[in-house]
Design a protein around this ligand. Structure first.
Ligand code: PHE
Length: 501
C-alpha cells in the first residue's frame, strides 16, 4: 500500500510527462481507491500546484442475478422452455410450482405478461401459447454488459433498472489534472504565520504563505463575566446622582451600632423596629466600642428630656441599647454619621447619596428578602423647604423616565414632614409607590451641632423594586440569592435605563 506522499509524487511526475492525467485511470493504474486520489488532487490544487476540471460520469452495473440470466437465460425463457418441452398439454400447476422459485414465480409472471404461457383452467395446467420465443431480456442484459446500453430501447432499459432491478446506475466525478501556476515536482510547504525566526534568518524572503480564508467563520464566544442586574441598575442610579452633583457616602460597613442606626435619629429605644423580630443583632462582637461621647450625651438628653423646644420621649435612655451591634437596617445610619461629621468639620452645603445593602429580620417571600439595597439621597443647606424636596425628587425620578410624581403625607420617626413618593410607571401603566422621603427633624440635627437654620431633605428607595420592574422579574428570589437565574444575567441588556446612548 503506497502512502499519500508517494501517490502525490507519482501523480506530479505523470502530470509533468503526460500533460494531463485522468483521476480514474490513475487510480486503477496504481490500484488505490479513487477517493484518495481526489483528496490529493484537491489539496494540490489548493496550493495552485495543479489545476483540474471535473466531469460527471456514470455507469450501469449489472447485478449478480442479471449475470446469471445472461449465462442461463432469463427466468421467463426458462419457464417457457420447460413448459414447451412437456408437449401440447403443458405442465400441471403443482408440478410447475416445483421448479426453482425464480422460474416458477418471476419467470411465470413475465411469461404470462408476454403471452408466451397461459393457464388452462379446465386441467389446471400451464400451457405454451406460442411456437417459439426470443429471450429479449437476456439480449438486452448482454448488450448492457458489452457497453452498448444506448442500443437498448429506453423503455426496456428503464424497466430492467427500476422494475426488475437487474442493473444499477452509479455516478461519480472524474478529474482531469493539469499543471498549475505553482507546478513543481515537490510541493512547497506553505507557511501559516510570519514568525520572529523567519524575520531573523531571512526565510520570509522565499517563503510561500498560505492564503487567507476570508469567508467569515463562526468565532468563539469568549467566556466572560456578566454584570448582575442589580449592579447595572445601581450604576444607572449612581450616574444620575453624579450628574446632579451628588457625592457618594462611604457605606462599607454592614455592621452598625444601635446608636447610629436608631439613637442618632431619635428613634426611641422601645420602638418595635429595634426588636429582634425586625433587626439582626450581632453575637460577636455584640458591643460596639466607639461613640463620640460628647455627642452621645446630647443624644441621650434629647431622648430623655428633649431640648431646642422639643419635649423628648420622656424615658430612661440606656447606653447598652445604643452600644449593641446590629446589621444596619437602613443607609440613613450612614447619612447620620455624615451629617454629624459635617457639623464637626464646620458646616458646608452638600448633596450626598448612597446605594448599598441593608438587612431586616423579615419573613422571606416573593417580594421580600432579609437583605436588600437602599438608594438614598440627602441634601443639606440653609433655608431648604419642602418645596425643595419635592423639586429634587421630581428631577431625580424624571431622570429615570418617571415624569409624573405624586406625594402622600406619611410618618417617619426622624423626619417631619414625611412623604411617600408615588410615580406613574410608564412600563406598568399605573401609579406605584417608589420611595419614602422627608425633612430630618431638628431633634436629630441640632444635637449633632448643625446650625439652627440648616435643613436637611432626604429620600430613599429600594434598588430591587425598580430592577424587578425594569427586567420584568416578579419573584425577588429570581433576582438575588442562590436561586438567581444566571442566564438572565447574561441575557439582560446592559443599561436598563437607556442612559448610555
Ligand atoms: N430610611 C428610610 C427607610 O428605611 C428611608 C428614608 C430615607 C426616609 C431618608 C426618609 C428620608 O425606609
Amino acid at each position: 500500500q503506497v502512502d499519500d506522499r508517494e501517490l502525490e509524487k507519482r501523480l506530479l511526475l505523470q502530470t509533468q510527462s503526460d500533460g494531463e492525467v485522468d483521476s480514474a485511470s490513475f487510480a486503477s493504474q496504481h490500484e488505490v481507491d479513487p477517493k484518495r486520489i481526489v483528496g490529493i488532487i484537491k489539496s494540490l490544487a489548493a496550493s495552485n500546484v495543479v489545476v483540474f476540471s471535473e466531469t460527471d460520469k456514470n455507469t450501469l452495473n449489472l447485478t449478480e442475478e442479471a449475470m446469471s440470466f445472461i449465462e442461463n437465460g432469463s427466468p421467463e425463457a426458462r419457464a417457457f422452455d420447460f413448459v414447451k418441452s412437456k408437449g401440447k398439454n403443458g405442465v400441471s400447476l403443482p408440478e410447475f410450482k416445483k421448479l426453482e422459485k425464480t422460474i416458477s414465480e418471476v419467470g411465470f409472471k413475465q411469461a404470462m405478461q408476454q403471452k408466451w404461457l397461459a393457464m388452462d383452467k379446465a386441467t389446471n395446467s400451464v400451457v405454451a401459447k406460442v411456437e417459439e420465443i426470443t429471450d429479449t431480456c437476456r439480449t438486452y442484459l448482454r448488450m448492457i454488459k458489452e457497453g452498448k446500453k444506448e442500443e437498448v430501447p429506453a423503455k426496456e432499459l428503464d424497466a430492467l433498472i427500476k422494475k426488475r432491478k437487474l442493473a444499477k446506475v452509479e455516478t461519480w466525478k472524474e478529474y482531469a489534472v493539469k499543471r498549475g501556476p505553482e507546478f513543481a515536482l515537490e510541493r512547497k510547504k506553505l507557511e501559516h504565520d510570519l514568525t520572529k525566526e523567519m524575520l531573523a534568518n531571512g526565510a520570509w524572503k522565499t517563503a510561500t504563505f498560505k492564503e487567507y480564508t476570508l469567508v467569515p467563520g463562526a468565532g468563539n464566544i469568549p467566556a466572560s463575566g456578566h454584570v448582575h442586574p442589580l449592579l447595572k441598575v445601581r450604576r444607572a442610579f449612581r450616574e444620575i446622582f453624579l450628574q446632579l452633583g451628588f457625592s457618594e457616602m462611604p457605606t462599607n460597613n454592614f455592621v452598625e451600632s444601635g446608636f447610629w442606626n436608631f439613637d442618632t435619629l431619635i428613634q426611641p429605644q422601645q420602638h418595635p423596629a429595634r426588636d429582634a423580630h425586625d433587626t439582626f443583632f450581632m453575637k460577636t462582637p455584640a458591643k460596639a466600642n466607639f461613640a463620640p461621647e460628647e455627642y452621645v450625651e446630647k443624644v441621650k438628653k434629647m431622648h430623655e428630656v428633649g431640648g431646642h423646644g422639643s419635649v423628648g420621649h420622656n424615658y430612661a435612655w440606656k447606653r447598652e441599647e445604643a452600644d449593641k451591634n446590629i446589621l444596619r437596617t437602613h443607609t440613613t445610619a450612614v447619612s447620620a454619621r455624615m451629617l454629624h461629621k459635617l457639623a464637626e468639620d464646620g458646616f458646608k452645603p452638600c448633596k450626598l447619596f448612597s446605594i448599598d445593602r441593608v438587612f431586616r429580620n423579615e419573613a422571606v417571600d416573593r417580594t421580600h428578602l432579609a437583605e436588600f439595597h437602599q438608594v438614598e439621597g440627602v441634601v443639606c443647606d440653609k433655608g431648604l423647604t419642602l418645596g425643595d424636596l419635592i423639586g429634587v425628587i421630581r428631577q431625580f425620578f424624571a431622570q429615570l423616565g418617571m415624569t409624573q410624581v405624586r406625594f402622600k403625607p406619611a410618618f417617619n420617626p426622624y423626619t417631619e414632614p414625611s412623604m411617600e413618593i408615588f410615580a406613574f410607571h410608564p412600563m406598568l401603566g399605573k401609579w406605584v409607590e417608589v420611595g419614602n422621603s422627608g425633612m430630618f427633624r431638628p431633634e436629630m440635627l441640632l444635637p449633632m451641632g448643625l446650625p439652627e437654620d440648616v435643613s436637611v431633605i432626604a429620600w430613599g428607595l429600594s434598588l430591587e423594586r425598580p430592577t424587578m420592574i425594569m427586567f420584568g422579574i416578579d419573584n425577588i428570589r429570581d433576582l438575588f440569592g442562590s436561586k438567581m437565574q444566571l442566564q438572565s444575567v447574561k441575557n439582560n441588556q446592559l443599561c436598563p435605563l437607556g442612559l448610555e446612548k
